[in-house]
Design a protein around this ligand. Structure first.
Ligand code: CTP
Ligand code: MG
Length: 225
């Protein structure tokens, strides 16, 4: 099975509030996007396409390995993935879509996603259980309902797909009025079942400054000062 990895790195990182686009923010001295590319490759992905913000194309090309394909992303994550998917080779069987904002994803997670695809799944996502009590609140912030926790999962990336399935799902996806926060929801909207494998807390997404500090603490050995 030949797999291409798509790294969504075209966001600005408003909630992180750094001066750079989030994917260029350093973790242990290296941009987040470089960690994300390494994670995909270490887990068994063959080629990588990275979607980047238009104004910072040169800055991304300067830090990424020469054999990574760089494309200009869009205004939404969905538009960025769509652009990278259009640029990816049609000669691959599988596509793994990953957030640049999940730099410390263990290669095992990538390998589990690839294994599920090799075993015949057309779509697969890494998930973790929800550990907090989870409720629904009304417009006044008053708890309106408890949500039964056992069936709930938090969805991570990389999310893996049979290439044709993903391309068809994106072709059928409704326009920008409907916002998708991940790729599995695009595929599910096309009626394709999405399977799950075990995620990993270390694949957590860096969204706010606290998440970056937590990631720094996870760095191994001498990097962790
Ligand atoms: N992303 C993208 N193109 C966009 C928006 C987001 O490729 N137009 C990517 C981000 O670079 C990130 C991933 O999607 O790796 C997950 O999005 P998120 O964590 O929301 O990142 P940002 O959109 O950059 O951050 P924020 O929402 O805080 O501005
Ligand atoms: Mg965002």
């Amino acid at each position: 099975m030949h797999a291409v990895g798509i790294v969504a790195a075209a966001g600005s990182g408003l909630r992180l509030g750094a001066e750079l686009p989030k994917a260029l923010v350093p973790l242990g001295g290296r941009p987040l996007v470089c960690w994300a590319v390494d994670a995909l490759r270490a887990g068994g992905v063959d080629d990588v396409v990275v979607a980047v913000p238009d104004p910072q194309q040169a800055a991304f090309t300067a830090v990424l390995p020469a054999d990574v394909q760089v494309v200009v992303g869009g205004d939404t994550r969905t538009a960025s993935v769509r652009a990278a998917l259009a640029a990816a080779s049609e000669q691959v069987d599988a596509v793994l879509v990953h957030d640049a904002a999940r730099p410390l994803t263990p290669p095992d997670v990538v390998a589990r996603v690839l294994a599920a695809l090799a075993a015949g799944a057309r779509a697969v996502v890494p998930v973790l259980p929800v550990v907090d009590t989870t409720v629904v609140v009304d417009d006044d912030g008053v708890v309106a309902a408890d949500v039964p926790r056992p069936p709930l999962r938090r969805v991570q990336t990389p999310q893996g797909f049979d290439r044709t399935t993903l391309v068809r799902a994106y072709a059928q996806a409704p326009g920008p009025a409907v916002e998708f926060t991940d790729d599995a929801s695009v595929v599910r909207a096309a009626g394709i079942p999405v399977h799950t494998v075990a995620g990993d807390e270390r694949a957590a997404k860096i969204t706010v400054a606290h998440d970056l500090r937590m990631a720094e603490l996870q760095l191994p050995g001498e990097r962790n000062r």
